[in-house]
Write a protein that binds this ligand. Structure first.
Ligand SMILES: *Cc1c(COP(=O)(O)O)cnc(C)c1O
Length: 403
């Protein structure tokens, strides 16, 4: 008889977002007259930009002709997109990444999860707490997390990120083999400086560990001196894989396109991670649609870059309104400068869910309880800059009234 992957049975339910929508629906049912401002969205809301739409239309028309039709494309992505990324993303940073080190995919979420296929099951995994849940759950599915004790996984190394350490993880006591880092961070909004990242690169090189660097929000960096890529740090090509996505940078959350950098220099036990990932992708993945890759390419045209910048500025303006408004209301806020996420400390030390309920019921504002991203997120809520520009202003007014 069939047996299932028992690791899946150990996973806790996806409690966070179902619980949020349950509480919002219950409140709406009781108070149908009240409007709820959603500041919990972790999804793009602005439409695809004109340059992207034009490129997609053109590609669709090509596909409808005998000469322009494309069937299966290269699993790694078309050369036109890989070379554009090399020239428009990495060259300007002074980073030498070859097209063969760039793998186009349908999402950073899938890549962050799928990359585990090429690692042994005995590796020790370290994550930040709070954390984007994908890193933890995918390792739990692969049997690298141990048992879930109701709060944490027994074999995962958790690196607390809190006010005391400025939301920067400290080098862990137990040495991990795989280290997930995400900067600018979801959910805390923290961004790492070059010297902070250098510490991790040196640590990984010294310990023979691999860093999985999630740079999904690099386009939101507004301050000088914050690296956009981990490869801006010397030595990173020997110890780091980088994940990037068009989702938050160009509104591709529904269109789906991302890329992962696996440098040729990544060699562990004589094996090349670039070769292993290539083998994995060629076996299990048949590439991103041609139309979507042309759309992604258009993000790097002069017009496309200008339009993408406008969308990011729009969200960042929302984040700024939230950040400054809540600060003026007397709350302690973090993030919102190099990231669309604002991490807000609950007033009076109340727990995340109590403050969530208060904001929902008294102010009609929906947020995300910080504790949902890990125990260290207790006492915080996350708000995002995604959404309509009118919403943050109204939300700040409403919250100010009840604080
Ligand atoms: C949104 C997000 C991504 C992007 O995921 P896609 O699958 O490319 O849409 C990756 N990492 C983090 C932390 C995110 O918040």
């Amino acid at each position: 008889m069939l047996t299932v992957n028992e690791n899946f049975l150990k996973l806790p339910g996806n409690y966070l977002f179902s619980e949020i929508s349950k509480r919002i629906s219950a409140y709406k049912a009781e108070h149908p007259e009240k409007s709820i401002i959603p500041l919990s969205i972790g999804d793009a809301t602005r439409p695809l930009s004109p340059a992207v739409v034009a490129a997609m239309h053109k590609a669709v028309d090509e596909m409808g002709t005998t000469e322009g039709f494309r069937g299966y494309g290269p699993e790694q992505g078309y050369a036109f997109l890989r070379e554009t990324i090399r020239d428009k993303v990495y060259s300007p940073l002074g980073v030498d990444i070859s097209a063969d080190e760039i793998f186009i995919s349908d999402g950073a979420k899938s890549d962050c999860g799928n990359i585990g296929d090429i690692f042994g099951s005995n590796n020790v995994v370290a994550v930040c707490d709070p954390v984007y849940p994908v890193y933890v759950d995918t390792n739990a599915m692969a049997g690298r997390a141990g048992e879930y004790d109701g709060t944490r996984w027994t074999d995962i190394v958790y690196m607390p990120c809190n006010e005391k350490n400025g939301f920067m993880p400290e080098l862990p006591v137990r040495t991990p083999d795989i280290i997930y880092l995400c900067f600018p961070n979801n959910p805390t909004g923290a961004a790492a400086t070059k010297s902070q990242l250098k510490l991790w690169v040196d640590y990984a090189v010294k310990n023979g560990a691999l860093i999985l660097f999630d740079a999904a929000y690099e386009a939101y960096i507004s301050e000088e001196g914050i690296p956009h890529s981990i490869y801006e740090i010397d030595g990173a090509k020997e110890c780091a894989i980088e994940f990037r996505s068009f989702s938050k940078t160009a509104g591709f959350t529904g269109t789906r396109c991302a890329y992962t950098i696996v440098p040729e220099d990544l060699k562990f036990g004589g094996a090349s991670l670039n070769k292993l990932w290539n083998r994995r992708q060629c076996t299990k993945f048949n590439g991103v649609p041609y139309v979507v890759q042309r759309a992604a390419e258009a993000v790097y045209s002069e017009q496309g870059m200008k339009e993408a910048r406008e969308i990011i500025d729009y969200y960042m303006n929302n984040a700024r309104v939230i950040r400054n408004g809540l600060k003026n209301a007397g709350l302690t806020v973090y993030g919102g400068i190099n990231s669309p996420y604002v991490w807000v400390k609950t007033p009076g030390g109340v727990d995340s869910w109590s403050f969530f309920d208060k904001l929902l019921k008294e102010a009609g504002v929906a947020v995300t309880p910080g504790v949902g991203f890990g125990p260290e997120g207790e006492g915080f809520i996350r708000r995002t800059g995604f959404g309509d520009a009118e919403q943050p202003k109204q939300a700040v007014e409403r919250v100010t009234r009840i604080i």
